[in-house]
Design a protein around this ligand. Structure first.
Ligand SMILES: Nc1ncnc2c1ncn2[C@@H]1O[C@H](COP(=O)(O)OP(=O)(O)OP(=O)(O)O)[C@@H](O)[C@H]1O
Ligand SMILES: [Mg+2]
Length: 311
């Protein structure tokens, strides 16, 4: 079972209007709502591949209810801690000139008690068959070591912990040696406080350094240029698959979802890397935060190349 954790989900609402007039009444049309958040994107990818997943985290207010409802329509099981704070709604408004205006609410705030009840709930899932994906930023009200605590709890129960976070929360969580991380190039460079243009070989060296610090496996993604995978004895470079990119938002989450799926299905590391690259390219080629459909992923998988990187 793949349990995803989204501490700070969002109800993504997209709407259209002819002309946006500040200071006046604006009537929206073609309103579409969708459940957003990085862990939720991971669940969507797992479900698209045919895997078993449950989406968890904090949900509050009508936005929280709508997220749960939207996921149930997509047949994704949920088990959120209901909180008194309000789950954010992010409104994206597209006008006739295809200009995008975004109105984002602040994220949910949780109490210490609510945070403890999430830990308790997740502990109930933490056994040897559990793969947890902790994805995205922390929410207000939890300490910076929250992911670190969750990883410790998961490991104590015999489960596997995937982590996709950045900044201080990422740094603190690495102390607990997650089993898999998926930084993008910039997050990796930020962690090591390096800047400028990095060559593939240098990025590969950063992955080796991270692994020697105890991180299990790493997928370092590089947008359209593809990804580096450090898992087995070799480092693999997979060039990006040329696609007509519609929305790269969530492409990294699709990659994480495919890795969790591959592990759950006992696919080999190379097979999993190929599936993950194809899934992320499929996500980039698919509008919005929708996961790519399975057929597209299978088609793209034929185009994946895996090269061994010498460092
Ligand atoms: N324009 C693109 N064309 C083809 N593949 C892409 C493109 N953008 C992203 N991808 C695929 O998606 C993977 C992840 O993308 P990226 O490095 O942008 O992740 P990310 O920054 O973590 O994204 P996010 O956190 O928004 O999900 C890449 O390794 C690549 O395989
Ligand atoms: Mg990312």
């Amino acid at each position: 079972m793949i349990i995803t954790v989204t501490l700070n989900p969002a109800l993504d609402k997209t709407a259209e209007l002819d002309i946006l007039r500040p200071g006046e009444l604006n009537r929206l049309k073609n309103i579409v709502v969708d459940a957003g958040g990085k862990g939720i994107n991971v669940s969507k990818m797992v479900a698209a591949l045919g895997g078993r997943t449950v989406a968890t985290g904090f949900a509050g207010g009508s936005g929280g209810e709508e997220i749960i409802r939207a996921l149930s329509i997509e047949d994704i099981a949920t088990d959120f801690v209901k909180v008194d704070g309000l789950t954010r709604t992010n409104l994206k408004v597209l006008d006739q000139a295809t200009r995008l205006t975004e109105l984002n609410e602040p994220g949910v705030m949780v109490t210490e008690r609510e945070a403890e009840s999430l830990i308790k709930k997740l502990a109930g899932y933490a056994n040897a068959d559990a793969i947890f994906a902790l994805s995205g930023s922390l929410c207000q009200g939890v300490e910076i070591e929250f992911y670190a605590r969750l990883i410790r709890m998961i490991h104590n129960g015999g489960g596997i912990a995937f982590l996709d976070a950045d900044g201080e929360a990422f740094r603190a969580a690495l102390e607990e040696k997650p089993d898999f991380i998926k930084p993008n190039r910039y997050e990796l460079m930020d962690y090591y406080q390096v800047s400028g243009n990095m060559e593939l070989k240098e990025l590969a060296e950063l992955c080796v350094r991270l692994r020697s610090g105890g991180v299990g496996k790493i997928a370092a993604s590089m947008g359209a240029e593809g990804a580096l995978f450090a898992g087995g004895d070799e480092i693999i470079y997979a060039p990006g698959i040329p696609v007509r990119a519609h929305s790269a938002v969530g492409a990294g989450d699709s990659m994480t979802g495919a890795f969790a799926y591959g592990l759950e299905r006992n696919l080999s590391w190379r097979e999993t890397c190929a599936l993950a690259l194809a899934s992320s390219a499929g996500a980039a080629a698919t509008a919005g935060t929708k996961p790519p459909d399975r057929r597209l992923v299978e088609e793209l998988r034929e185009k994946v190349q895996l090269h061994s990187v010498k460092i």
